[in-house]
Design a protein around this ligand. Structure first.
Ligand SMILES: Nc1ncnc2c1ncn2[C@@H]1O[C@H](COP(=O)(O)OP(=O)(O)OP(=O)(O)O)[C@@H](O)[C@H]1O
Ligand SMILES: [Mg+2]
Length: 491
């Protein structure tokens, strides 16, 4: 069985950030399938202009449309998929199509990243059991409609999420729908039971959720951030998903808050609710020192993401382009530290596989270039396992070097390619960042460069990593940065 990444890379021209976007979509789309009562099929356009199905999700809330697997299906052409792809708009077909004896309604949604579609999502509903929808079904379908609109606008999946598939709540566990003021307009029966177990008084529908949760007395809890009421408020405010756990009356309930803003206008949020009392009780028995450290990393990551979100909001308000770009850079710096903590929060000990971190950081740098022509960032070679304390500094140095290549080697939206070549020797890690762009300015001197970026790099390389850095002209053109870092031998 090939993975989504392999299927996409072998057959399409999609870039690494495009692929990350599709992976994030597929990580979250069980929710969308469940709310839609529909099968979801992800189609990509191949080199030859054909359509290839690369992923498929069945709903757990309703009948499937496809008894057999769809992945791998190829179409030489499809008017329906073409039309969503070309127009960038959702295409709703009037008449159902027939699959064997099953009537199927298909809706075609362009999956947008940055300013263009990168794939097409088909929402295929089995109409055999269609009837007048209940209140629950209406609440689900409305939310699903808003989510697919966000898919077509590039705002769902959320960029900063790391859903933990094992513990993340699902639709079947319990669902609340909030309006834009944070009041509950719909509560599924499971969500109502969970809230009663927490001791939230009265009916949830009509209540202001953050206020109702704020009245839940704080339990001893684990170190999860933020508190339920803060999570709801923050998700609505920063338009980012938030996870939280509440503990009261002997019950532990996990919340995942997903803000909805189709068309850029906030319409409220979905709150997935799951009773995790049993899971947590077992967790607690095995919660040792390592787990506590991981929890702290998780919490630091959340806080850093909040800082990044605040800076991003402030950047958006800046009229002065220089001030705005300075703030946007700070967002990037904070976000790359958050990536490291995210990885550390899942690490088993004080060592981390750095390739994962590097790829996320590189994708983030390429993302910044997405406003202009595509700049591709490719890594070759492996970083291997590094001591956790090196990871933060190395991630920051890498961000700055690659960011410089994106910004200065390929200014004004030039297309370009940046190579990150990694060589891991016994006790030395060597990383080259190569571009074939504009080259260093006349009279450039690393030691006396007055700008902040390289000063940060020099400090980190010298003081934190105990390593070396050379920045030189490349022939015939471009720039070569070589970083050497002493490391402990890999196990
Ligand atoms: N890959 C590169 N290609 C061309 N010029 C580069 C490259 N890397 C660095 N430079 C030059 O070195 C200068 C200093 O880089 P530095 O990262 O310190 O500052 P900056 O990128 O201008 O600003 P910031 O502090 O926001 O990073 C840049 O302004 C640029 O002129
Ligand atoms: Mg720079």
């Amino acid at each position: 069985m090939s993975t989504l990444a392999e299927r996409v890379q072998a057959r399409t021209e999609l870039t690494r950030p495009d692929l990350e976007h599709l992976k994030a979509l597929v990580a979250e789309w069980q929710l969308l399938a469940d709310l839609s009562f529909a099968d979801l099929v992800l189609w990509v356009r191949t080199h030859e202009g054909r359509w290839l199905a690369v992923a498929h999700m069945r709903p757990t809330t309703g009948p499937t449309t496809y008894a057999t697997d769809v992945v791998g299906t190829e179409l030489a052409s499809s008017d329906r998929l073409d039309s969503a792809w070309r127009s960038g708009r959702i295409v709703r077909d009037g008449d159902p199509e027939w699959h064997d004896t099953i009537p199927v309604r298909k809706e075609t949604v362009p999956v947008r990243r940055a300013d263009r579609p990168v794939a097409v999502l088909s929402r295929d509903t089995n109409l055999t059991t269609a009837r007048v929808p209940s209140q629950l079904e209406l609440a689900y379908l409305t939310s699903a409609g808003e989510l697919v609109q966000m898919v077509s606008e590039g705002t769902f999946p959320f960029p900063s999420t790391d859903p933990d598939p094992e513990h993340a709540p699902r639709v079947g566990d319990g669902l609340l729908r909030l309006d834009r003021t944070g009041h509950v307009v719909y509560a599924s029966p499971n969500a109502s039971s969970a809230s009663r177990r927490l001791g939230v008084p009265g009916d949830l529908v009509g209540a202001h959720l953050a206020q109702a949760l704020a009245r839940v007395p704080a339990g001893p809890g684990r170190l999860s951030e933020p508190r339920g009421s803060a999570a709801v408020a923050a998700a609505l405010r920063y338009r980012e998903p938030r996870d939280s756990e509440l503990e009261a009356g002997g019950a532990v309930v996990a919340l995942r808050v997903l803000p909805l803003f189709p068309g850029g206008a906030p319409t409220g949020a979905l709150v997935l609710v799951r009773d995790v009392t049993e899971v947590r009780r077992r967790d607690r028995q095995i919660l040792g020192k390592d787990a506590t450290i991981r929890e702290i990393h998780h919490r630091v990551k959340n806080n850093l993401q909040t800082v990044a979100a605040l800076l991003r909001m402030q950047a958006r308000r800046m009229a002065d382009p220089a001030a705005r770009s300075a703030l946007e850079e700070s967002v990037r710096r904070v976000a790359s530290i958050a990536v490291v903590h995210e990885t550390l929060s899942t690490a088993l000990d004080e060592k981390v596989g750095f390739d994962d971190i590097a790829d996320k950081v590189l994708a983030m740098c390429a993302e910044v270039a997405a406003t202009g022509a595509p700049v591709e960032v490719v890594r070759s070679g492996s970083f291997g396992v590094l001591e956790a304390q090196l990871a933060t500094s190395l991630a920051m140095v890498l961000t700055e070097l690659v960011q410089n290549a994106v910004e200065h080697a390929y200014p004004a939206g030039r297309e370009g390619r940046i190579e990150v070549v990694v060589r891991r020797q016994e006790d030395l890690l060597e990383v080259e960042v190569l571009d074939d762009g504009a080259g260093l300015p006349e009279g450039f001197d690393l030691a006396s460069s007055p700008r902040l970026g390289l000063q940060i790099v020099r400090t980190l390389v010298g003081a934190d990593l105990g390593g070396s850095l050379v920045l030189e002209q490349r022939r015939p053109r471009g720039t070569r940065a070589v970083l050497g870092v002493p490391v402990l031998p890999s196990p």
